[in-house]
Design a protein around this ligand. Sequence first.
Ligand SMILES: Cc1cc2nc3c(=O)[nH]c(=O)nc-3n(C[C@H](O)[C@H](O)[C@H](O)COP(=O)(O)OP(=O)(O)OC[C@H]3O[C@@H](n4cnc5c(N)ncnc54)[C@H](O)[C@@H]3O)c2cc1C
Length: 385
Amino acid sequence: MNYELNYRDIRDGVARLCADFPGEYWRRCDREQAYPTEFVKALSEDGYLSALIPEEYGGLGLPISAGAAILEEIHRAGCNAGACHAQMYTMGTLLRHGSDAQKEMYLPKVADGSLRLQAFGVTEPTSGTDTTALKTKAKRNGDKYIVNGQKIWTSRAEHSDLLLLLARTTPLEDVAKKTDGLSVFLVDMRDVVGKSLTIRPIRTMMNHATTEIFFDDMEVPASSLIGEEGKGFRYIMSGMNAERMLISAECIGDAKWFINKAVDYSKDRHVFNRPIGQNQGIQFPIARAYSQMRAAELMVNEAIAKYEAGGNPGEEANLAKLLSADASWAAAEACVQTHGGFGFAEEYDIERKYREARLYQVAPISTNLILSYIAEHVLSMPRSY
Ligand SMILES: Cc1cc2nc3c(=O)[nH]c(=O)nc-3n(C[C@H](O)[C@H](O)[C@H](O)COP(=O)(O)OP(=O)(O)OC[C@H]3O[C@@H](n4cnc5c(N)ncnc54)[C@H](O)[C@@H]3O)c2cc1C
């Protein structure tokens, strides 16, 4: 399935929905660092957030290419999917590795919007990108696990009922490989929040509803373990490739938004008695960003095609993320420069989108770590860390 050419109806539907959430709406949310509840509700009600949930559980049963089309369209319209995209990128882990009982228990409610699966807890303050060094522990005790530790940058935790959590179940010193002994849990936060689970919001340069969370002898039923104990790193990694592809689609959408804005403005704005877009100094950065975006889009498509054919394309997913984040950033730079002083005025929405686009050089995976993956795993160069 070619994600950039297909799903016309879905794309048109998302564009119509986004038209009800203009820049003014996002500026207000941004100023107040408020969660875009109305926007997320509208997407849920129209079924877009359950696109990847199989039909037997009440979703649309569409492949990841449809999710990419939805997220790209949201960003292309000047909106932001950061408030709700986790429901799509965590889905792969649950669908591929969760039990039938877990799927039956949660997915119909996630599909109808009565339960939110928006939080993903991997990153920790001390270990950062070095995931296998994470310190949060889950210790089996009868039919329960007791969780202790801390996560950081757990986005949307305050606006989610469920948390997909990665924790160590076997101490690092007792495993043959450091990727062993980590397990994934689907935690129902409603039972524990405010008791053994504390959520603290973190204010950031853009509006992202991110938090730090603390587990203090948090009890979770053993039935919340996803797949086999100790194999969680592998499950999370396969989910991360899906996440990279979906985030790449958001970057492509952002790049298209910036490029359209820049082109339109360059034709309207007259300085020295001619449109500024007549100057090659204005044209070239926009044309270059467009070229970068189109090349990145091809790579996103390649990654998605391989994933949908049953593979887990690490190389293509990483390349897609690298190229699309660079393309959106190049487009953001060109857009600000084209607008001159107006690029800094809130009412143009460019400065907001610029701040939002910057995130993708760091999260969900930083550019350096992707380059490092390509050097080591694709080019077979020595491991640097
Ligand atoms: C707004 C926001 C939302 C987020 N949401 C989530 C979420 O929902 N769930 C979640 O689990 N995480 C989330 N994250 C975390 C995000 O995935 C991490 O911030 C990111 O992976 C980088 O990790 P770090 O911040 O710990 O950086 P560090 O690992 O401390 O790295 C800092 C810098 O050093 C570089 N670096 C580190 N090691 C090397 C090396 N060996 N070679 C070269 N360079 C290196 C990195 O590239 C980076 O630029 C979010 C982050 C942000 C900012």
